[in-house]
Design a protein around this ligand. Structure first.
Ligand code: COA
Length: 255
């Protein structure tokens, strides 16, 4: 059983992961290990959708700086964090980060490993590692650059500047800014959880795969996934429902 986070599988198909590691939710080795195990469990037995959240004032303050040593310890630390965040990114469901406060360093990288970021008005994002004389080691340089573009990513990683919710929305780091991030995340996740989950997983997979390959290869991947989607039970339900009742009325099974 995890001790530094909670996993709540709700009746509406939404699984909520809440970081609970003290005041600042530092991503200690122990918490990152629990995150990795939780991601594996969510992949092995997927819910309808996932919401990952942290504290109200502090989503997560980043890697636990008190565990840092020298260059020798840096390798295992970055491998551990990458492993956990890759496992979160690979969950075959829509994963939403609900960020109401500070998401710094590894906290920002955790949000970046999710599929979608909903921010509250007091959310703050940043990669302040440079202020320690180091750089992001949990995917920040790569996932941030893919999301906001290389120049903004470089500016954030090289100055350590933090952005508020509105600025995060403007640069594409946050997808929505709302008064109550958690309420909105749960609402969206519940809606997604009622959808055709196999097709959703295929869409996520080909979009992610396409980001690290050529356009040609990505387009071929889409064709294969399109065909695979037609092999699902939900595609038959969806098409039949459209022809009989019009758009948006299908009752999907998730299969
Ligand atoms: N790792 C370990 N400890 C951390 C931490 C981290 N990433 N972030 C904060 N803490 C500790 C502080 O050292 C302090 O410890 P203390 O109570 O023993 O003095 C405690 O958490 C509270 O931090 P404090 O800065 O006093 O709280 P705050 O509410 O004023 O600010 C933050 C909160 C998150 C904005 C601020 O702590 C911060 O910027 N943290 C560092 C973020 C960072 O650089 N992350 C990248 C890590 S590579």
């Amino acid at each position: 059983m995890p001790e530094l986070l909670t996993l709540d599988r709700r009746d509406d198909g939404v699984a909520v992961v809440t970081l609970a590691n003290g005041k600042v939710n530092a991503l200690s080795r122990a918490l990152v290990t629990e995150l990795h195990e939780t991601a594996n469990e969510l992949s092995a037995n997927p819910p309808g959708a996932v919401v990952i959240t942290g504290g109200d004032r502090i989503f997560a303050a980043g890697a636990d700086i008190s565990e840092f040593g020298g260059a020798e310890e840096a390798g295992p630390i970055t491998q551990l964090i990458h492993g956990a965040l890759d496992a979160i990114a690979a969950i075959p469901r829509f994963v939403i980060a609900s960020v109401s406060g500070y998401a710094l360093g590894g906290g920002c990288e955790l949000a970046l490993a999710c599929d979608y970021r909903i921010a509250g008005p007091k959310a703050v994002f940043g990669q302040p590692e440079i202020l320690l004389g180091i750089i992001p080691g949990g995917g920040g340089t790569q996932r941030l650059a893919r999301l906001v573009g290389p120049s903004t990513a470089k500016a954030l990683c090289i100055t350590g500047a933090q952005v508020n919710a509105d600025e995060a929305l403007r640069i594409g780091l946050a997808d929505e800014v709302v008064d109550d991030a958690m309420a909105r995340a749960l609402e969206l996740a519940a809606e997604v959880a009622r959808g055709p989950l196999q097709a959703q997983a295929l869409a996520k997979q080909v979009i992610d795969a396409g980001l690290s390959t050529s356009l040609e290869e990505g387009l071929r991947g889409e064709q294969a996934a399109f065909v695979a989607a037609f092999g699902t039970e939900d595609s038959k339900i969806g098409v039949a429902s459209f022809l009989e009742h019009g758009p948006g009325k299908a009752a999907f099974t998730g299969n």
